[in-house]
Design a protein around this ligand. Structure first.
Ligand code: FMN
Length: 446
């Protein structure tokens, strides 16, 4: 069997070169060097938007097959209703969870632009991740374009499929081929980052709705959830969230804020070239960020902030870890930013006008020692979930946040003072005041 990228299907070795991502191990160890440290895996054709070499075949990306279920209209706010415990059996809660986590939220009418934008960022809007609700006897795939669920026929195990309201797990899988058509062998890196961002999005929206969840990375549980035909041959299991029930005291929380729904509808990554206006950002950007990161689904990361224009914070290098923000260096970090944030010798975004730029770092050394090649998936889930929170906090303050992989991971380690051979930067997120752009985005309402 071949996937959409023309690669041979599920029979590859366990730790082959990056091109063998459809094999048993989708994240060979070489990916760290090829995709995180050197970005060598990005094909030169990306600049023209051409298909990556070896992927020129017709785009085959069928919609999920099976009986379709209409979802309720998503509500315009995301608040637990007082006196009624949150449950997915409530059609409005189910619709809100899916729509605000991964739904289609904006339509960009700019000619030649990328028309469809969802609740999470995605490199060139390829959206390789898939979201599936799993009940004890059935699985339902979210179709964001039609705001529907599709009952996956291969995944029904009992005589009688239970409805999506009885779901116990939300599973994230990834169709690498979708991203590989443009990015070639760099796709597994992007897909891992995006799966993490989606996990952060589902966790955030579930919490806002008053649902208690347990985010999961465990490979065995994941494979068990994906057995019975849940993930197609060219689709990789990435992560999951277990739904535990309603939160007991939904009002007692610093995060998420009550105005989350309009914030998520407004979130965006800025214009094609990230060149924000040089305006100061409000102090609450960093206080909110502290609350958001403290509530992140996974905690084993640190967030380095190179702050230039945030009211009440002197320019400098700050680190958020273990629920605390501390300044580690005073002074304008522009030089650091322009050394770290480079793509092939050129500065990636206009750091001269950003408010702040975040670098999310993880303990790679310890994770590889413990989990081997699977550390790649796990660490990207952890960092990706935090990266999505950064994007949401920026949106709450009217700012745009751009995940940008044009950074030099080795320079980042050195200049941010990370532990040598242990810590690695997995995300660079630039935040700034959006300038008026040529794009014309309209909200999508189902
Ligand atoms: C994992 C990831 C990597 C990205 N890398 C880059 C990048 O290297 N350069 C860039 O200009 N944009 C990058 N982006 C931003 C996307 O192009 C942007 O999210 C997409 O156009 C969707 O826009 P929206 O978030 O406003 O809907 C990246 C996004 C993600 C999620």
């Amino acid at each position: 069997m071949t996937d959409g990228a023309g690669r041979t299907g599920e029979t590859g070795g366990t730790d082959g070169p990056p091109g063998s991502f459809a094999g048993e191990n989708p994240f060979p160890s070489a990916l760290w060097a090829e995709a995180v440290y050197s970005r060598r895996a990005i094909p030169a054709t990306l600049a023209t938007g051409s298909p990556a070499p070896g992927t020129a075949g017709a785009e085959r990306d069928p919609l999920p097959q099976g009986p379709r279920l209409a979802l309720a209209s998503p509500p315009l706010d995301l608040m637990p209703s007082p006196g009624s415990p949150a449950t997915l059996a409530d059609p409005s809660v189910l619709a809100a969870l899916l729509h605000y986590s991964y739904g289609l939220l904006q339509h960009d009418l700019t000619p030649g632009g990328r028309p469809l934008h969802r609740a999470v960022a995605s490199a060139r809007c390829r959206y390789p991740s898939e979201l599936t609700l799993v009940t004890p006897t059935a699985a339902f795939r979210f179709d964001p374009l039609h705001h529907q669920l599709v009952a996956l026929e291969g995944a029904v195990t009992g005589d009688q499929a239970s409805g999506p309201g009885t779901s116990r797990f939300i599973v994230i899988t990834s169709r690498f081929a979708r991203t590989a058509r443009l990015y070639g062998d760099y796709a597994p890196r992007l897909c891992a980052q995006e799966a993490g961002m989606l996990l952060g999005a589902v966790h955030l929206v579930a919490t806002a709705l008053g649902l208690r969840t347990r985010p999961g990375q465990d490979q065995e549980t994941l494979n068990g959830l994906c057995a019975n035909g849940l993930s197609a041959p060219a689709e990789h299991p990435m992560g999951y969230l277990e739904i535990l029930g309603p939160v007991r005291h939904p009002a007692d929380r610093a995060w998420p804020p009550p105005d989350l729904a309009p914030v998520l509808r407004a979130r965006h990554s800025g214009a094609a070239i990230f060149d924000p206006g040089p305006a100061p950002s409000p102090r609450a950007l960093l206080t909110d960020l502290g609350a958001a990161l403290a509530a992140a689904p996974f905690t084993d990361f640190s967030c380095h902030l190179l702050v230039r224009r945030v009211t009440g914070f002197s320019p400098g290098h700050y680190v958020h870890s273990g629920g605390r923000l501390r300044q580690v260096r005073d002074g304008d970090p522009l030089e650091l930013l322009e050394q770290i944030g480079q793509t092939e010798g050129r500065v990636s975004v206009n750091f001269r006008s950003t408010a702040c730029t975040a670098y999310i770092a993880v303990r790679r050394g310890a994770a590889v020692a413990r989990y081997g090649a699977d550390a790649f998936r796990r660490l990207h889930l952890t960092a990706g979930a935090a990266a999505h929170l950064l994007c949401v906090v920026a949106a709450r303050h009217g700012l745009s946040a751009r995940v940008h992989n044009g950074y030099d991971a080795a320079a980042g380690e050195r200049l941010l003072g990370l532990a040598p051979d242990e810590e690695t930067v997995l995300f660079q997120v630039a935040v700034g005041t959006a300038r008026p752009a040529a794009a014309f985005r309209v909200p999508v309402v189902f």
